[in-house]
Design a protein around this ligand. Structure first.
Ligand code: TPP
Length: 589
């Protein structure tokens, strides 16, 4: 036989050779560098689970799909990789929706693989399908918050769709992509070489030389410029470029909640967070700036004091230059002098290189003003760092956390005093160590996301700082931490209620109806520490303020997941900015 004929027959033999799609899929995921998948089983995905069991990929099984989604989200934030989530259809998919939407609104790359009803039951409304008014359409539930929702109708499409999903999750502005797989497709035969194409290596968009020169000139000649950093600065790992630019032109840096950690907390040019839960010096400097260069931010409501020009940003007359990966964000809330679609790291790198050694306008006593402004605000609460009060002051809880968790340890918050207080008052010195839900602000994020953070960095401390409301929303995180052997710490700030909302209701209506935990008219306290012990984990109840430091040290040194329950006064976080909801509430008879 000729060589040509030999090759042709070998090709034909290969084409005829098939394997079950699930096995080819897990091998492809391995080649993409996926090392962990978070999820929860169901009959639609056990064929894939069988393949997963035979692969090198770790599977972290949770007791609720929202937990799996937040854990995949936390893993993506801490590792810089794409988080992967596996869910069953119907109830599983819907349970996951909150977690996936949370990741979407914080621009976290994620691929969701969901099982679906068998493709041959199209239109017959089989078991657990969400149908009634549409046929075979349940994957559309994810449409408003996913970059793409794919349903795989033929097994031959699976390789191309999975490749597209991993490409799109990271390209441009990152976010989740859904791959919905009818369960028969997982078990169908597919040519062994079907999974060929890898997602393209992407060069990220940068800024052209003329625009770089224009921005640097604008910053250097402005009288009161501010650099405003959002989460995009951290996710693109651009913090050293930001510091270099700020230092070269002596420009102060303000940041969003997601941007916290963009400069070391003790950096003399750091103003702090803006907005409702921001700091006065940051709000004042932004409001009175003649130029703001905003990078990797949506200029979202909470950090912009509901866009009310009296509090955080007054644009115009302030001129705004906005650099973002997503062109849709530019000009959304403020008239913008110059919009630049670029990767934050490349943009800040180019700007800092052009700014190096360049002269700039005299900044007067800028550093002294910042130091004075920060100190004056801190004097409202820094005396509470050593408060012996019990139930504890929240500030004392932060102080104990800072003195026990290593600088490179992760602080993962939820919503409530924990998020607002840490964003405003907690010193972060290592970029990326503060992880928080910002856009959707989902209660229940913190206790679950910390699991993914620990999977990404098993050798670093990971503490979830949460309220008792957020923690009790889904305490089965303890079971997952035990099963997956993830020695994380949950520090529960226990004020026996949904404290932040109770405070808001009390302020406007003089009552906290529906916000506190009560039984027969009395506070209903739950022993979360005992609950943790019932899972086989460690559980510690703090009985005096002085107990917390040692308890944290022991928890971090132990190799077991630990719940620390710290009874806490429901004291509000200071709100130097504004939130328009406070103008909306009206009290009737
Ligand atoms: C899923 C979800 N439901 C409701 C809310 C509204 N919400 C914001 S803060 C909060 C209270 C959180 O209570 P807790 O976890 O105890 O923290 P605390 O406010 O007491 O510090 C609630 C219910 C939310 N953000 N997410």
């Amino acid at each position: 036989m000729s060589t040509v004929a030999n090759h042709a027959s070998a090709r034909a033999a290969r084409a005829a050779e098939t394997r079950i799609a699930s096995y080819l899929l897990t091998e492809y995921l391995e080649r993409l560098g996926v090392d962990v998948i978070f999820g929860l089983c169901g009959h639609t995905i056990i064929a894939f689970l069988d393949a997963l069991a035979k692969s090198r990929i770790r599977f972290v099984s949770t007791r609720h799909e929202q937990i799996a989604a937040h854990a995949a989200d936390g893993y993506a934030r801490a590792s810089g990789k794409t988080g992967v989530l596996l869910t069953h259809l119907g109830p599983g998919l819907i349970n996951a929706a909150t977690g996936v939407a949370n990741a979407a609104l914080d621009s976290i790359p994620m691929v969701v693989i969901a099982g679906d009803v068998p493709s041959h039951y199209y239109g017959r409304h089989p078991h657990q399908e969400v149908n009634l008014h549409q046929d075979a359409d349940q994957f559309q539930i994810f449409r408003p918050f996913c970059k793409r929702v794919y349903r795989v109708d033929r097994v031959e499409d699976l390789p191309r769709i999975v490749e597209r999903a991993f490409h799109l999750a990271r390209a441009g502005r990152p976010g989740p992509v859904l791959v919905d797989v009818p369960m028969d497709i997982f078990s169908a035969d597919l040519a062994i070489d079907a999974f060929q194409q890898q997602p393209a290596t992407m060069a990220r968009p940068t800024v052209d030389g003329a625009t770089v020169a224009r921005i640097v000139e604008a910053l250097a000649s402005a009288e009161r410029p501010v650099l405003y950093a959002g989460g995009g600065v951290l996710s693109s790992r651009a913090t050293s470029e930001l510091a270099a630019l700020a230092e070269a032109l002596e420009v102060p840096v303000a940041h969003t909640l997601m941007g916290k950690g963009c400069l070391r907390d003790d950096h003399p040019l750091l103003l702090g967070q803006t907005g409702f839960w921001g700091t006065p010096i940051s709000n004042d400097r932004c409001r009175t700036a003649d130029l703001i260069v905003a990078v990797g931010t949506r200029l979202a409501e909470a950090n912009s004091s509901s866009w009310d020009p009296r509090f955080t940003f007054s644009i115009p007359p302030t001129r705004l230059i906005h650099i973002d990966a997503d062109e849709a964000e530019i000009g959304r809330n403020y008239p913008t002098d110059l919009g630049v679609v670029a990767d934050a790291k490349l943009a800040l790198g180019a700007l800092s290189a052009a700014a190096r050694g360049r002269s700039h306008r005299d900044r007067g006593h800028l550093r002294d003003e910042i130091a004075r402004g920060r100190k004056a605000f801190a004097s409202n609460w820094d005396h509470q760092w050593s408060s012996d009060q019990y139930p504890m002051r929240p500030e004392r809880i932060l102080a104990e956390l800072r003195s026990t968790v290593p600088e490179d340890g992760f602080i993962v918050t939820d919503v409530g005093w924990n998020k607002n207080g840490v964003g405003q008052q907690f010193p972060i010195t290592v970029p990326g160590t503060f992880i928080t839900p910002s856009g959707l602000a989902t209660m229940g994020f913190g206790p679950a996301a910390v699991l993914g953070v620990k999977v990404a960095h098993p050798d670093r401390a990971a503490v979830s700082l949460i309220g008792d409301g957020g923690f009790s929303a889904n305490p089965s995180v303890i079971a997952t931490a035990m099963e997956a052997d993830l020695p994380v710490v949950w520090l529960v700030m226990d004020n026996v209620g949904f404290g932040t909302i109770a405070g808001l209701e009390t302020m406007h209506y003089g009552s906290s109806f529906g916000c506190m935990f009560e039984r027969c008219g009395k506070p209903y306290a739950v022993d979360y520490a005992a609950m943790a012990r019932s899972f086989g984990a460690r559980g510690v109840t703090i009985e005096s303020a002085g107990d917390l430091g040692p308890a944290l040290r022991e928890a971090l040194a132990s190799n077991l997941p630990t719940v620390i329950q710290a009874p806490m006064e429901n004291a509000p976080t200071p709100t130097p900015g504004h939130w328009n909801i406070n103008d909306i509430f009206r009290k009737g008879e």
